[in-house]
Design a protein around this ligand. Sequence first.
Ligand code: HEC
Length: 156
Amino acid sequence: MKRMIAFLTISIFAAAVMVVAAGESKPPLRPSQVLMQARAAWMAAMNKNLGDTKLPEGKGQEGKGQADTKADTDKNAGAKKFEAIAKDATAMAAEAQKTGNGLANPVAKEITLSLAALARELSTAASKKDGDLIKTKLGEIKAKCSECHAKIRDKK
Ligand code: HEC
């Protein structure tokens, strides 16, 4: 009887392990990858929510007349989801602040905390519905991502 119970216990355990394993077809992501993929998703969402904007830098360039500028302006006036941008920026700021605080590598820490600061500035810009400033901040954030990827990730 004892052997029977032991056998059943092992069988049920083995079946449970197989069910769990079947659910995970891909290898699990490392925690760092989960964080990074969330950052990439926030960046994509914020860019999308800002709309397909043309920046004012095109204005006044050679070959660009009033009409082009007006078209650019109209494009810039496209649906911008400032609230959604502010929400994502706030979430990214919180994540980067928390992550940065926990980092031991001084270079990674410095970059991640400045990423957090930029994300807070981005959130403020979104609250003020300042599309141009949002675009600037998104560019500065992207530069931080690249800086760390170049200095830390790709050095390994
Ligand atoms: C402080 C350093 C640092 C910063 C800042 C940083 N990254 Fe990364 N990133 C890394 C490292 C290290 C990896 C490799 C992680 C791994 O493979 O475990 C990585 C990997 C990635 C990946 C690949 C994830 C995968 O699935 O393998 C993406 C996408 C990514 N980063 C996006 C971003 C974006 C977007 C930002 C900015 C908003 C950013 N990263 C900021 C260090 C950083």
